[in-house]
Design a protein around this ligand. Structure first.
Ligand SMILES: C[S@@+](CC[C@H](N)C(=O)[O-])C[C@H]1O[C@@H](n2cnc3c(N)ncnc32)[C@H](O)[C@@H]1O
Length: 380
């Protein structure tokens, strides 16, 4: 039996179940998930495939230690007991601390005590102090305290999360996180035979993610560097093999991916991004107003409208949402499943209730620091 390693993956709070399925499909044995983290076991080289192929994940972390900790002393003791086989004496490290919950200390203090513990451990293990380099470390050690749950692990991804795909030639002011976009596509039940519309597509993230999925294009294709490449146990042969396997799965096929945005700048930007991602010919984007213009009749609509926070004015949102829904119902010839994610969820819940549209599903998803809600329902 192959010995399994403990890992966890980070993702957006609210799509852990989708991220778990994403990891399971790549071969992980998922054990649990909570607050943006999915805990799993897999053969040690799993992180090569996962970094290249997982679509709804931010980071893949090798879990070195998991323990209960309530104080900085307990955090120090746990970190001090780390076995340092993951780093060579001449390498530099950094601690990346995070904290969720109420604690009488800051995340910087967590970083400081974990850093000190690793240096003390290195004096014993190597007879010399490990160097610290916060800007460009060879090894980034994640130290996360989630209430009293302490996680110490090696970040195999790096400071740039997997959700930063690298295909954005055009930067929209309110883009959706591509890992979340991919999660919404999975939740919708979309498959490459389904027609999909994003009627407020901005820079095209949802459509591009669907095209990448439909063509099996590895989402990590544009990255030139992963943190694992600098780790002591990096095996270039295994990494080349993982990339070759991923590239061999790419297969172009006809897709029905349609986008509309009322801003010409965004329409041009979305087309540029789709070209940059190599899926320009799979996506059709046009300028239009989804509250007034004819809409194509499709099986699935996924959209991330303005919330009034970064784009547009909040008080106008209820009107925009209502007018869009009425127009969509006018043009929907068959049952269309709609996934609508918004930070203005109270306004949208009222709009839905006023139209007597029963919900199939609803959940909270945190985008950055912003609580949003996803609504799933049928029209037509
Ligand atoms: C939050 S952004 C979408 C961002 C997109 N998901 C992305 O990742 O780039 C909302 C978009 O809705 C567009 N929009 C607002 N009202 C619209 C309308 N009536 N018809 C079409 N597009 C509209 C805006 O121009 C904006 O680009």
């Amino acid at each position: 039996m192959v010995e399994e390693t403990a890992f966890y993956a980070t993702t957006a709070d609210g799509i852990e179940d989708v991220a778990a399925v994403d990891l399971q499909k790549l071969g992980a044995q998922v054990e649990a998930w909570k607050t943006g983290r999915v805990y799993f076991r897999a053969p040690f080289p799993f992180f090569y495939r996962a970094n290249s192929l997982a679509r709804s994940i931010h980071r893949i972390v090798i879990l070195l230690k998991r323990a209960k900790a309530m104080s900085l002393d307990e955090i120090y003791e746990t970190a001090r007991s780390l076995e340092l086989s993951f780093i060579r004496p001449e390498q530099a490290f950094a601690v990346r601390p995070r904290r969720l919950g109420q604690h009488p200390f800051t995340s910087q203090e967590i970083g400081r005590v974990v850093g000190q513990a690793v240096i003390d451990a290195s004096l014993q293990a190597f007879g010399q102090r490990l160097r610290v380099n916060l800007d460009d470390p060879d090894v980034a050690l994640n130290a996360e305290l989630l209430d009293d749950d302490l996680l110490l692990g090696i970040d195999t991804t790096g400071d740039v999360a997997l959700s930063k795909r690298g295909y954005r030639a055009y930067q929209h002011p309110a883009t959706l996180n591509p890992a979340v976009a991919s999660g919404l596509i999975d939740l919708s039940g979309w498959d490459p035979s389904c027609s999909l519309l994003d009627p407020m597509c901005g820079s095209g993230t949802i459509l591009i993610e669907a095209a990448l999925k439909g063509w099996n294009v590895p989402p990590g294709r544009w990255r030139t560097a992963f943190a694992f490449q600098r780790l002591a146990f990096f095996d270039g042969r295994l990494w080349e093999q993982a990339k070759e396997e991923a590239d061999a799965q790419v297969s172009q096929r006809p897709l029905q991916l349609l986008g509309i945005d009322r801003g010409l700048k965004h329409v041009k930007g979305a087309r540029m991004n789709a070209e940059q991602a190599g899926v320009g010919e799979a996506i059709h984007i046009r300028q239009g107003d989804c509250t007034k213009d004819p809409l194509p009749s499709v099986e699935i609509v996924i959209t991330n409208p303005p919330y009034g926070v970064r784009v547009g004015k909040r008080r106008l949102m209820a009107k925009l949402y209502g007018d869009f829904l009425d127009n969509l119902r006018r043009w929907a010839k068959k049952a269309t499943k709609v996934l609508f994610i918004t930070g203005e969820y109270r306004a949208f819940a009222e709009v839905l209730a006023a139209r007597d549209l029963p919900l199939l599903h609803e959940r909270g998803i945190v985008l950055g620091d912003l609580p949003t809600r996803l609504f799933v329902f049928h029209v037509g």
